[in-house]
Design a protein around this ligand. Structure first.
Ligand SMILES: [Zn+2]
Length: 271
């Protein structure tokens, strides 16, 4: 609104009206004085409304820009998180079925390659918590409120909170963890191809075979220390798997809300 008086044309207009009012006062033409006041007030109100409309239009364009970038961040994070969650889920299921072999009269004679590999992987609790760079930028620049959806802002704030707590949780998981293949190298034989384990861990896990990794189940059963360590690692891995799965679900919820705000639909294309 103040800008209105900075413009030379507007200044000229205001001076003109003030001169007119002063003349009307001298002439004691009160009706004309009242009319001039109405014109001034209406002018100010219209200028104020135009400023508000411009601000709204600017914020809306900025919100769209951030929503598009945020959507791209969320898709990247979902893909990363999906791969981690898929691998952790397979390892966890295999670890549970491996523990079955340690129950009396289980009838299980031999561990499969996947079960044996899950024993190997049972100490691995590292999985990066996917970040959303656009959210970090919005928070650090104080522009977070440019996102109009309150639900989206809530979900993103929760995601940031979980991310903050995740590192402490992950560090705790590493305390006194047991590297089974090193601690019980007499029970687990690893082939050199095992080093081909890649970031697509889930695919590697599915195609693992006896010549890559093999376990001596009979000796494992008679080794109490091994059994205790396996139970400890399975419990830790269970907690870690739950955390990774929860991250994935949180990202899915953000994505659903984001799609609804933007008006996007992927069909079945997303993981
Ligand atoms: Zn989407």
């Amino acid at each position: 609104m103040l800008n209105l008086f900075i413009l030379p044309e507007t200044n000229k207009g205001v001076r003109l009206i003030l001169r007119r009012i002063s003349q009307h006062v001298k002439d004691q033409n009160w009706f004309a004085v009242a009319l001039d006041f109405v014109i001034v007030v209406a002018g100010i109100l219209i200028a104020f409304q135009i400023t508000v409309w411009n601000e709204v239009r600017k914020d809306s364009a900025e919100e769209q820009k951030y929503l598009t970038r945020l959507h791209s961040d969320v898709i990247d994070a979902l893909n990363t998180s999906f791969n981690h969650a898929a691998l952790k889920s397979k390892v966890q299921n295999s670890l549970r079925s491996t523990l079955e072999a340690f129950k009396p009269n289980s009838g299980i004679e031999k561990l499969t390659s996947q079960q044996c590999a899950s024993v190997y992987f049972s100490h691995i609790y590292e999985a990066p918590f996917p970040s959303l760079p656009t959210v970090s930028e919005l928070l650090s620049s104080g522009r977070f409120s440019v996102l109009g959806s309150e639900r989206l802002r809530d979900l993103l704030a929760k995601h940031e909170q979980t991310r903050d707590g995740y590192q402490r949780f992950a560090d705790g998981m590493l305390v006194n963890r047991i590297v089974m293949a090193a601690e019980h190298s007499d029970l687990i034989q690893i082939g050199v191809e095992f080093h081909n384990f890649s970031s697509d861990g889930s695919n590697f896990f599915d195609h693992i075979s006896d010549d890559i990794i093999a376990c001596d189940l009979a000796s494992m059963r008679s080794d109490v220390r091994f059994k205790n360590n396996l139970i400890d690692n399975t419990a830790r891995h269970h907690e870690f798997h739950r955390s990774v799965a929860a991250q994935y679900e949180q990202l899915q919820e953000i994505h659903r809300e984001l799609d609804s705000v933007i008006g996007l639909s992927h069909g079945d294309a997303m993981p």
